[in-house]
Design a protein around this ligand. Structure first.
Ligand code: CMP
Length: 143
């Protein structure tokens, strides 16, 4: 079953949006299989955002993502990567479709409330950075 890595960023935590965001994925029918409330170190940020090292927005991105706690999660389901990106909306809040998380809660690309993996390979890599295999649970969701 496909898995994705989602993370409520420090702005989402500060604004008290963890529950609201979590409930959107729950209501959609996706399955939560791991979660962790944690502080990202600069080293972890560099691993997670390795593809962006050297880009102009990289230094403020690391400063922001390490500025306070994040809520890291793994969700599971058929096409969970595409489905969750549809719920999240485009990276830039200006382009995010109405009703998406970023349209509803973000006004700036740098402070866009949530991160979601963009491919199967990114999801595997990101899940491996944030979670030990034993922290990703296997269970039946019957309802
Ligand atoms: P995220 O999905 O976490 O992945 C990389 C992050 O870098 C992105 O969300 C934005 O918060 C931030 N960012 C800032 N500027 C850009 C940009 N021009 N392109 C992509 N990401 C950007």
């Amino acid at each position: 079953m496909e898995k994705t890595f989602l993370m409520v960023k420090p702005d989402g935590v500060q604004r008290g949006l963890i529950g609201e965001i979590l409930s959107r994925f729950e209501r959609k029918g996706l399955k939560l299989v791991a979660a962790k409330f944690m502080q990202i170190t600069p080293e972890l940020a560099e691993r997670h955002y390795a593809e962006h090292v050297g880009k102009p927005f990289y230094p403020p991105l690391v400063e922001f993502v390490t500025s306070g706690p994040v809520f890291a999660m793994v969700w599971e389901g058929d096409n969970v990567i595409a489905l969750s990106r549809a719920l999240i909306g485009k990276t830039n809040a200006i382009d995010a479709a109405p009703g998406t998380i970023r349209s509803d809660y973000a006004v700036h690309t740098n402070f866009n409330v949530i991160h979601g993996s963009d491919s199967v390979s990114s999801a595997e890599r990101e899940i491996g950075i944030f979670f030990a295999p034993s922290e990703v649970l296997e269970y039946e969701r019957t309802l």
